[in-house]
Design a protein around this ligand. Sequence first.
Ligand SMILES: Nc1ncnc2c1ncn2[C@@H]1O[C@H](COP(=O)(O)OP(=O)(O)OP(=O)(O)O)[C@@H](O)[C@H]1O
Ligand SMILES: [Mg+2]
Length: 309
Amino acid sequence: MIGRVFAQRYRLEEFVGKGGMALVFRANDLRTGHDVAVKVLRPEFNSDAEFLERFQREALAASKMSHHNIVNLLDVGEEDGYRYLVMEYMRGRTLKEIITEKGNLPEPVAGQIAIRILSALQHAHDNGIIHRDIKPQNILINAEGMVKVADFGIARVAGSNTLTKGDSVMGSVHYFSPEQARGEDVTAASDIYSVGVVMYEMLTGRVPFDGDTPVSIALQHISTPPKAPSLVVDTISPAMEQVVLTAMSKEMRNRYRDAADMARAIRAALQNPQSIVTSTTAPVTALPPSASSASAAKSAVGKRCWWCC
Ligand SMILES: Nc1ncnc2c1ncn2[C@@H]1O[C@H](COP(=O)(O)OP(=O)(O)OP(=O)(O)O)[C@@H](O)[C@H]1O
Ligand SMILES: [Mg+2]
């Protein structure tokens, strides 16, 4: 594939990575000279008419979004039987790679990353787009610490049957909401649940539910309460633990009402790690702020990325 030029414009230069449904390349946009990422769908998806129709529809919707925490979709096309997406190229690493290397992330860093994911989600939800596949593999972070969410509205268009198509797609089940696990309609609240799982993993270094089969993991999302994050890493603050557990409520109505609401709760937790807040209106218990998490948080995601490189 290297050297192939799509649409007389995008020249594939380097293989970057692969997922369950596509291969990703860094490419050069011959018109602008800029690097772009080209995601080429695996050929087996070409024969599924319903999949292709949804793919086109969702790609169109995603291309309407523009946000600094979203990997923007620039173009879609088909050539010689290859269907592809052209996206912003994000030189950096996935959040999954960073968690794997670091074990777990300091609370202010995890909080700031989550706030950026939620900012992207709020923008998408306001535009009627649900991500459906929030997971650390879809969170890209560059050397400056910039956080961008990839694969908006596209990654899961194949529906729940992709559970069985390849290891990396099966990996998504770790981040599924209970309603996704039941095969029900996915809503903005499902994305909130998945951010809760991603936060759990950032803070503890492990996913809340694991198992030998996708079904066993899905069943735990539906009916097993997650082990409290502070039982895994005892330095996790009560406030941040509360945020994670609220986002991961089994019942949609018990989660944050929207992404912005969850982001506010994270900010409050960073300011007051010992205060447990059940809603964004009033803290239930207000202990004096302990460590200066707020100032640590401000420097956590900044110009120089001391924690991701
Ligand atoms: N816009 C991008 N810029 C740079 N690298 C990217 C970009 N999008 C994806 N990648 C890289 O390509 C890899 C494969 O991405 P892809 O979305 O196909 O797989 P995935 O997210 O791991 O799994 P899934 O098939 O469920 O989407 C990612 O892990 C990432 O390293
Ligand atoms: Mg992806």
